[in-house]
Design a protein around this ligand. Sequence first.
Ligand code: KG4
Ligand code: ZN
Length: 364
Amino acid sequence: MNSSNPVDLVLGVESSCDETGVALYSGSRGLLAHRLHSQVELHAEFGGVVPELASRDHIRRLAPLIRAVLREAGVAGGEVQGVAYTAGPGLVGALLTGAGLARSLAWAWQVPAVGVHHMEGHLLAPMLEPEAPAFPFVALLVSGGHTLLVEVEGVGRYRLLGESLDDAVGEAFDKTAKLLGLGYPGGPAVAALAEKGDPERFRFPRPMVDRPGLDFSFSGLKTFTLTTLKRESRGLKGEALERLEADVARAFEEAVVETLTIKCRRAVRHCGISTLVLAGGVAANRRLRRRMDAMMEEEGGRTFYPRLEFCTDNGAMIAYAGWQRLRAGERSGPLFDARPRWSLAELRPPGEAFSADDSSCPVS
Ligand code: KG4
Ligand code: ZN
């Protein structure tokens, strides 16, 4: 393929953690089909993702999901013009299952393959919506493994503005859920419980908002939640205990939402940009969305999100980010590229990154 015959139809495969996602994206026709298999039930009894179980389940699910997506879109395998897969960051075994199958299919179909950065997938996911944000924008990426504030000038043009120095926001939600005896993943469960809570009863700290800069820290908030719960729950039972748990969930959520909102306001002012993108699993949080919308309205700008199902991990965002790179001629190098740790700041614009001839393609 070259620029006179750019890749249009791309199969995307996501397998970096506990969701198996597959999608077909066409540059000329949009998103044709997408399927997701969540492993939530598989890991629920362990209270978190068990990497070996995740890899085995991806192996079981990937091929049937790919067949289903091709069938739904009425596309034959041979019509696919490129294959994109999540190359990192994530669980190495899980990444290898997707990379292995995606690269094998690309080889069988004699089409190019490209390894996509999972967080670039999240970051570009709002572009799949009818009203897509225009560049430049500031993006807040909030997932189970990352909390990043990024200035985005275009695809692959990312400047890291701030990040969490310890726990990611999603991780803080998941750990708080565990303290409250709620299931995994914890974010939606904490949010649902917080709905019943009294916002006036507790005020939890807003970490690092008094300091300049755009970094975050959520581990202290988690400890504050634990000590509050322990102190206040002594001797409580039944309805009183349930009320306390809801009030704690609400105080925790309020603290997280306000902290993120303060930092995003600071970031858009700092960059002089009036478009904010929120993506990653925690972007599904309704209170966070409402607060960000109000803040950006005050700033004379606007917030963009992926639809709810594309906030959490999915194949559509990988197909889309992969299409952006494949159509510019980018291809994975000859070496296998699964990168469990991979900074978003290392990415380059499509086509300027590694190519098939480049022996420096990433392997770790
Ligand atoms: O992006 P994602 O699906 O996976 C990673 O790349 O990590 O994000 C999953 C995270 C989990 O920590 C989950 O608890 C959180 O997103 N999450 C939420 C909500 N829905 C998912 N957190 C707060 N409120 C929600 N509604
Ligand atoms: Zn994710």
